[in-house]
Design a protein. Structure first.
Length: 384
């Protein structure tokens, strides 16, 4: 097995929870200083909207633009959101200082109360609290994982990989027909050893389980990962770490439809809603392994195994090739600027059909694992 690379052992910025606590403390020091100097306390927060999300061509990821909004304590329009920001930031700081790892919902209930002397509640809903929480992320440059906030995790991985958590060694090849569940605080997991040539990311959990049952990862020397649909942050982070720290190529397998292609897009370049996290979640070198529209003809998928595309599918496909009205630039340049992707999307829009990964079973139950995947990787028949 490959041992831990030197690069992977280096401390990343804001690696520890103490660092995160100090960053939050500095925020309150700044606000206190403003008050001491008779200045109105104010925070400036980058705007998290689609219109302020831009594509960085050098890093090939989505990221936030330069627009910001100000919240001032002495202005009626901003005092409520200012209060919510300070209240939630204090709760996170307290959790860090006591080595607690609450969920986002825990934070909501911890900070929810009726303001003394009024009938006004601090938050009207969980959604309002969640929105403020994301504002704190972009305000401080801290991500929820760095603040020790636990979120739902869905991802799983299996293969010749040895991990370490709280002093315990975890061998990801020793789970039988099961797999290692990727925790939301996945940066707290050390990757000690890897014996693999690439990472295969599978959209569907059921396909992941089949490939695991066949021990595809052992026979083909890879790390097998699934995000069980649209991947959570932890799964995307683990894929990024395996690619960045260990130099493993990443291949993504999804259904042949616009939503599957968008899942690949999220792994590759990030998402608009989490563009402020793309630098640590996105994997620009990730390659789309299939299913593609051209695969349907190449591998002679029977017509009665194809599914008629609905209006939402068609709308989503067209969105992948849209330009932003304001800037005139493509919203998804990795699709728009790729001749192969434009061809695939055009075929979809012309034929208005889609196909599931399982359609490969028309050629035999093991066609996917024994023929399709090895053949596609060996022949380099992927799309980027």
């Amino acid at each position: 097995m490959k041992k831990l690379p030197k690069a992977a052992g280096k401390m990343r910025g804001l690696e520890t929870f103490d660092d995160a606590a100090n960053t939050l403390r500095q925020l309150f020091v700044q606000l206190s200083n403003d008050i001491a100097e008779s200045k109105a306390p104010m925070v400036s927060i980058p705007v998290r909207t689609a219109s302020n999300t831009v594509f960085d061509p050098e890093r090939e990821i989505l990221t936030l633009g330069q627009r910001t909004s100000e919240r001032r304590f002495n202005e009626m329009s901003g005092v409520r959101s200012f209060m919510q920001t300070a209240l939630l930031a204090r709760a996170i700081y307290e959790a860090l200082k006591h080595d607690d790892h609450p969920t986002i919902r825990d934070l909501y209930y911890y900070t929810l109360h009726t303001i003394e002397g009024t009938d006004i509640e601090t938050f009207n809903s969980q959604d309002e609290s969640n929105n403020i929480f994301q504002d704190i992320e972009v305000l401080t440059g801290l991500l929820r994982e760095q603040m020790g906030i636990v979120a739902e995790s869905r991802g799983a991985m299996v293969g010749e990989a040895v991990l370490e958590s709280k002093g315990n060694r975890i061998d990801c090849s020793k789970f039988g027909i099961g797999a290692f569940n990727i925790p939301s605080l996945c940066d707290q997991i050390r990757i000690l050893e890897i014996d693999a040539e690439y990472v295969l990311v599978v959209e569907k959990d059921a396909i992941f389980q089949r490939l695991n049952d066949y021990e595809f990862w052992r026979k083909n020397k890879c790390i097998l990962i699934t995000g069980k649909g649209q991947a959570d942050r932890a799964t995307r982070r683990m894929v990024r770490r395996l690619n960045e720290d260990w130099g493993l190529p990443v291949y993504v397998l999804t259904d042949a439809d616009p939503y599957g292609w968008y899942i690949y897009s999220t792994y590759r370049a990030g998402s608009i809603s989490l563009s402020y996290e793309s630098y640590r979640l996105a994997c620009p070198s990730a390659k789309f392994l299939g299913l593609s529209m051209t695969d349907l003809e190449k591998y002679e998928i029977p017509k009665d195994h194809l599914i008629k595309a609905n209006d939402c599918d068609v709308k989503r496909a067209k969105e992948l090739l849209l330009k932003d009205p304001a800037s005139g630039k493509p919203r998804y340049p990795w699709f728009y600027d790729s001749k192969r992707w434009r061809q695939e999307i055009k075929i979809f829009l012309d034929k208005r059909v889609k196909a599931e990964i399982e359609s490969k079973s028309s050629k035999g139950f093991r066609f996917l694992s024994d023929v399709y995947l090895p053949e596609k990787i060996k022949s380099k028949d992927w799309i980027k």
